[in-house]
Write a protein of this length. Structure first.
Length: 439
């Protein structure tokens, strides 16, 4: 089977590499000349664990190639995936479909023979139908189907998520047996691993992706509000999360209290879903509230740090462990650090930053902060230590040694990585999230 992947970003590159590893012949089209040059040179433009090896292996076997030219890749393909970005449109909160429709217009002239075009990008309800309408106008002679195949992988564990998904969702047009057959075939290696491929209408597939992300965002906001209550009444949010998460109806995932959700998906997808619902005159008040809770959360974390510092951070040295929106990625999109760090600097703090992988993307985003390649060097002489992203290497820090290097004794652990007792034994005044009894 010949697959064309349009877009070589976090989703496109991982999906292309995994499909090639299934044995398919994959051409990944990337328009960004810098990214393409890296890919052609055997380098991976993003940090995603295991991706370099996976790409190298399949490249060596001739199963994956990279190009900037859509034409030949599309004309040869049985299946074209659109994996371009769908960012939040500035001002309105809608999903910006500029890249999707530009790719559709560009690929149309090259469709040759029966081809399935499917969105892997997260796109609002009705987009597949609109793509089909546009393609029928551009290519009245064309023999093609349009499907929706939303992607559920998570950055940081993307390869495992793609190759061992809970399910694959494929939306196909009514009675479109040919498209269903092509989509079944491309995912056959997963079906053999017992990952169910669930066929739905295209509208259901499109909405399912937004509903899933909104639900997960809601879980995070729920536990974050519960964390605030824990602090007020002397309970421990981690114990509460374990207690409720072990109920299978609730599940233990996405119940970690923290500084609010971020990343390239939740904020924009929740926002786009809210817009869709308002336009359909069925506003989702619960989901709208999730957005408010999350925005307020990030601000509240600034207050938490200032309070932990004794009410004033002016001229205090704050060392921040981790700035990416979560560990194991270099992605900075909508990271809570983007709100928290500038606010601390506005309040006069001298902020130092460290991140195991995020520096390249993050450095231009934090004007006035000082970067360190080593966490321990950053900590040396700091007044306040703030853990913002739970990278594994921070979990292994020797708190006694850390305290020994610092000028101050405040540790604000926004991911509850450290044990309060350990931190206190090391000489810290510890502040976690939702740990009422330890505060
Ligand atoms: P990204 O910005 O990392 O990648 C998109 C890539 O597409 C870019 O490299 C861009 O240069 C390229 N591109 C744009 N137009 C092109 C064209 N006409 N031809 C060739 N290449 C083109 O974005 P991403 O994080 O991979 O997200 C892609 C989509 O997948 C979005 O809709 C997103 O919501 C969805 N998604 C993302 C994740 C995630 O974790 N990142 C998970 C699930 C779904």
């Amino acid at each position: 089977m010949k697959v064309c992947m349009i877009g070589g970003g976090y989703v496109g590159l991982v999906s292309a590499a995994c499909f090639s590893d299934f044995g398919w012949s994959v051409t990944c089209v990337e328009k960004d000349t810098e990214k393409l040059a890296m890919l052609l040179d055997g380098q991976i433009p993003i940090f995603e664990p295991g991706l370099d090896d996976l790409v190298a292996r399949n490249r060596a076997a001739g199963r994956i190639v990279f190009t900037g030219e859509m034409g030949p890749a599309v004309s040869e393909a049985d299946l074209v995936f659109l994996a371009v970005g769908t960012p939040m449109r500035r001002g309105s909160g809608h999903a910006d479909l500029t890249y999707v429709y530009a790719a559709v217009a560009e690929l149309a002239p090259h469709l040759t023979g029966y081809t399935v075009i499917t969105t892997k990008s997260t796109v609002p309800v009705g987009t597949s139908r609109e793509i089909e309408r546009r393609l029928r106008m551009l290519r009245p002679d064309g023999d093609f189907s349009v499907c929706s195949n939303p992607e559920f992988l998570r950055e940081g564990s993307a390869i495992g998520d793609f190759t061992h998904p809970d399910r694959v969702i494929v939306g196909v047009g009514e009675d479109d047996a040919r498209a269903r057959d092509v989509m079944s075939r491309v995912y056959k290696p997963l079906a053999l691993r017992n990952a169910p491929v669930i066929f739905t209408t295209r509208e259901s597939a499109e909405l399912a992706k937004y509903a899933a992300n909104a639900f997960l965002a809601m879980k995070i906001s729920f536990i974050n509000e519960m964390a605030d209550l824990c602090e007020a009444v002397g309970a421990d949010v981690q114990q509460v999360a374990t207690a409720i998460g072990s109920d299978r109806r609730i599940g233990d995932k996405f119940l970690h209290a923290g500084p609010g959700y971020g990343g390239s998906c939740f904020p924009k997808d929740v926002s786009a879903l809210v817009r869709t619902a308002r336009e359909a005159r069925r506003p989702l008040s619960l989901v709208e509230q999730v957005q408010t809770v999350n925005e307020e959360r990030k601000q509240a974390m600034v207050s938490k740090i200032v309070e932990a510092a004794g009410g004033e951070v002016r001229d205090r040295v704050i060392a921040v462990l981790g700035v990416t929106f979560k560990p194991n990625t270099d992605d900075m999109r909508e990271a809570p650090s983007l709100t928290i760090v500038p606010r601390l600097m506005d309040k006069g703090a001298s902020v130092r930053l460290h991140d195991p992988q995020g520096r390249r993307q993050a450095e231009p985003l934090f004007e006035g902060a000082r970067w360190f390649d080593s966490a321990m060097e950053m900590i040396d002489g700091a007044d306040i230590l703030v853990l913002l992203t739970e990278w594994n290497e921070y979990r292994a820090l020797d708190l006694k040694a850390v305290k020994g290097l610092m000028r101050g004794d405040r540790l604000v652990d926004l991911r509850n990585v450290f044990q309060p007792d350990d931190a206190m034994r090391a000489g810290f005044v510890y502040e976690g999230v939702g740990r009422g009894d330890a505060a």
